[in-house]
Write a protein that binds this ligand. Structure first.
Ligand code: ZN
Length: 298
């Protein structure tokens, strides 16, 4: 009987705490500014600065391809209720042109995280929105600038917690820089600097670390490469004795595997932070990428 009473008390206790935790969250949610973010890397940076003081709403669904994403009416409703919208820019979210108006939210603060970054121009001509390689968030140097822009916007949107956002941003920028310095030193000692990937997402990362990037698919992750492009890449891999093709989930692993087989290389998956991957943070994934690059270019 005593056991039963203890059990009942325990269940009541659980129910009680569950209940109050829910109410706490609901109350907090009501007063915190809603910050809409486009894709995963933007969510990571925004969460690092805003922590528990903001209510983050993601627009690109988990697992979805952010290149070419268009918000649905349901997602526009989320933007309508947001105080801040964090997008990356450089052609990742071409729909943001008149988003405040389209979402009927004239006070919306729109942050283009990559603003003012030393962007890498693309050789493909024509489309103005595709003048630059968008993947700047994969550079630890650019990431620091992006975090800074997001912090400024949160400070403006919610001045009551200004000091906290500032402190979080400085701490996070410090961690990004520490990681960069650690691998700058390691990668600079590598004898091989040729980096071959499935999707051309790593030009900024390669620039940071003095690596030379070649890839199977274009920066916008679309279409199969032509036979001629593939032959050229094959020749490059043979000439540079490439032993590793870096791949990532979602982008034509078949072509990567074929190429790897052809040259007797192995495929090694790396993270692009375009969607959530294995539930890992940006810093964890970036460290994993750099360590794999370091190990496989030995
Ligand atoms: Zn991409």
């Amino acid at each position: 009987m005593k056991k039963l009473l203890t059990l009942v008390a325990f269940i009541l206790l659980l129910a009680g705490t569950g209940c109050s935790a829910r109410t706490d969250r609901a109350e907090k949610k009501d007063s915190r500014p809603v910050v809409a973010v486009s894709f995963n890397a933007m969510k990571e940076f925004t969460a690092a600065v805003g922590g528990e003081y903001i209510n983050i709403v993601s627009l690109v669904p988990e697992g979805a391809e952010p290149h070419g994403f268009q918000p649905t009416p349901e997602q526009m409703k989320k933007i309508h209720h947001a105080r801040v919208l964090v997008v990356h820019g450089l052609g990742m979210e071409p729909w943001t042109g008149n988003v405040a108006q389209a979402a009927d939210n004239p006070d919306l603060i729109v942050v283009e995280a990559s603003r003012g970054i030393d962007a890498i121009p693309l050789e493909e001509e024509g489309n103005e929105q595709r003048a630059y390689d968008p993947h700047a968030w994969l550079s630890l140097k650019c990431a620091r600038q992006e975090v800074e822009h997001i912090a400024s916007a949160l400070e403006q949107a919610d001045p009551a917690h200004k000091e906290i956002y500032r402190r979080n941003a400085e701490a996070y920028k410090g961690e990004l820089e520490k990681l960069r310095q650690e691998y700058e030193e390691k990668i600079s000692r590598l004898p091989h600097k040729e980096f071959v990937a499935g999707h051309a997402a790593f030009a900024y990362l390669c620039r940071d670390f003095g690596l030379h990037m070649n890839s199977i698919e274009s920066v916008f992750a679309e279409g199969e490469p032509s036979a001629r492009q593939l032959t050229r890449l094959l020749d490059y891999c043979k000439a540079h004795h490439i032993r590793t093709i870096f791949t990532e989930s979602g982008v034509s692993p078949k072509t990567s595997l074929t190429l790897a087989r052809e040259i007797g290389a192995q495929t090694v998956p790396v993270y692009t932070m375009e969607t959530s991957e294995n539930g890992k943070s940006y810093l964890e994934r970036m460290r994993s990428n750099l360590e794999k690059i370091y190990q496989h270019l030995q």
